[in-house]
Design a protein around this ligand. Structure first.
Ligand code: GUN
Length: 313
């Protein structure tokens, strides 16, 4: 942790990279069984529209890890100025392509594209992002469905610290459809008492201080300070913010989360770092969802991979 900070954290630093690697290893084994026993090779189609550099990096990483897990990866690049109908036609073709079990449209999309229309065009059985209203509804009603990867990753990391979250006061900062709302639903399913805080919340530090489990997904660099956090709390930082780092040299930048790591890691019981916390879990959970989708499409029972706790290794 010395490259991140001069101060030694008091909290356990949750190693998201290691936990994601173990999950990916288990997914690789599940894929091998699917191929050898059932003759099914899961396939993930990723659509990238435009040339946003951050999205290009994500998509490349997804493709690399998909292939590394023994699955097929199909990359589709559309020009940023392509009409919406071209994207919808491509989704329609992938919906009926038996080798694509998962379809992911990389966000953000260009301004002329109606995101809701695009999400609704994806077959819910192939919606590995869990953004289709059918899967959103299933999550809300507790039915089996595809669950968004980043929220799922947050829960896996929290449960690596405390396997039973029952009765925990959980506070989520952020109410996005991608993280805040779905992670709140998952926490509810884990029997937590859940508060969703957001930019209009009154006395945010006071609300955060109640949390045994804090999920920070506000998109505000280092928003959560050490004196906001209950001693011993589990802190899961979803933020990835690039900020100037003049201390590293002129024009240099660094990644920080939504949590001020140095001060919060002196108070919390466990904390995820940025980078190396939630980030690696997102792609691992996407791989998991692709296997789940392939199983469900082929009528094969999906068995949740067991990810051993870091402490047990
Ligand atoms: N862009 C940033 N995060 C995500 C994600 O989880 N899914 C998709 N489709 N695009 C993203």
């Amino acid at each position: 942790m010395t490259e991140r900070s001069e101060i030694e954290p008091v909290a356990r630093v949750i190693n998201g990279k290691a936990i994601a690697a173990r999950l990916t290893g288990e997914i690789g084994k599940a894929v091998a069984t699917l191929r050898s026993v059932h003759g099914v090779q899961p396939g993930l189609a990723v659509i990238l529209m435009g040339d946003d550099p951050a999205s290009q990096v994500y998509v490349r990483n997804k493709a690399r890890q998909t292939v590394a897990a023994g699955m097929q990866s199909f990359d589709h690049n559309l020009d940023g100025s392509a009409p919406e109908s071209e994207l919808l036609d491509l989704i329609s073709r992938l919906n009926s392509d038996p080798s694509a079990h998962g379809i992911l449209v990389q966000l953000p999309l260009p301004d002329h594209i109606n995101v809701n229309l695009v999400m609704e065009a994806i077959d819910p059985a192939k919606d590995v992002d869990g953004f289709h209203p059918v899967n959103v509804g299933r999550l809300a009603t507790g039915e089996a469905g595809l669950v968004p990867g980043t929220p799922l990753g947050c829960i896996i990391l929290a449960k690596d610290v405390t396997p039973d979250l029952t009765g925990h006061e959980a506070v989520v900062i952020g109410r996005s459809n991608i993280v805040g709302k779905p992670v709140a639903q998952l926490l509810l399913a884990e029997n937590c008492t859940v508060t969703i805080a957001h930019s209009r919340t009154r006395d945010l530090p006071g609300v955060v201080r109640r949390a045994d489990l804090l999920i920070a997904a506000a998109g505000v660099p280092e928003l959560v300070q050490g004196d906001w956090v209950k001693p011993g709390a589990i802190v899961i930082d979803v933020g990835i913010n690039r900020v100037p780092a003049p201390e590293r040299g002129e024009g240099k930048t660094k990644l920080v989360g939504d949590v001020a790591f140095d001060s919060v890691s002196q108070v919390a019981g466990a904390i995820t770092p940025v980078p190396g916390g939630v980030g690696p879990m997102t792609i691992a959970c996407l791989m998991r969802n692709t296997v789940q989708a392939a199983c469900s499409i082929h009528g094969i029972d999906y068995v949740e991979p067991i990810v051993d706790s870091e402490k047990a290794v």
